[in-house]
Design a protein around this ligand. Sequence first.
Ligand SMILES: [Zn+2]
Length: 240
Amino acid sequence: MARRRFSAFLALSASLITLSTLVNISVVEAKSSNSDFVIYHVQTKDPVVFITIDDGSVVTDGLVHLLLKKNIPVTNFVLSEPLKTHWKAFHLIRRPGTTFENHSETHPLMGNLSLAAQTKEICRASNHARGMYKKLPVFFRPPGGSHNSNTEIASKACGIKKIVMWNVEADQGKIVRAGGSPIQRGDIILLHYLHSLESSLKLVLAEIKKLGLRPASLRDYLDPAPVVVTTTTTTTTLPQ
Ligand SMILES: [Zn+2]
């Protein structure tokens, strides 16, 4: 069967947001939170980590081929406009465990916005994602990590079940974990849809393989689907 092709890369509309405001690669600072609604890391005994990719400005052929070949579950935090503009490419990487979540409509720093403005940003982005993806996001990642107590209220009002931060960042040939230790099970790894993503992802995959870890789907651990048990006489839905 002929391999499907699409353009070498798809550039984000210049009218949306400049790249410098999209990318915030800096020293990772994982904080503890009093709320289990905001998570930086997943508590698990399984040898798994979680690949999350933000924004959506550049999607290369090489990246798509890598994701398909390796069958990697990715939790995507793509903004509304690139999700729509690049849907053809994103549609290609869909597989069980790969999901499209909420990263806001226009990438503002949530901590600077009123509750009403935050709610508008998050609910609109969820509606856009549902329009393209046919599923409602259950996770929200605040742009730049900026959030406050109103962000939790706004997220919940829009059907979000967790605010997902991160404790590992990878780009430009480097992997940086909060605290400086090697990647550990349950870590949430942040990458961005940039030209460097393919090489960064290869680096991460090589590193986690070396550590005996594998990528897993965030929804499987934080928002598992109910297990349906069927008997000859009754059908019962149990929490997982
Ligand atoms: Zn972002």
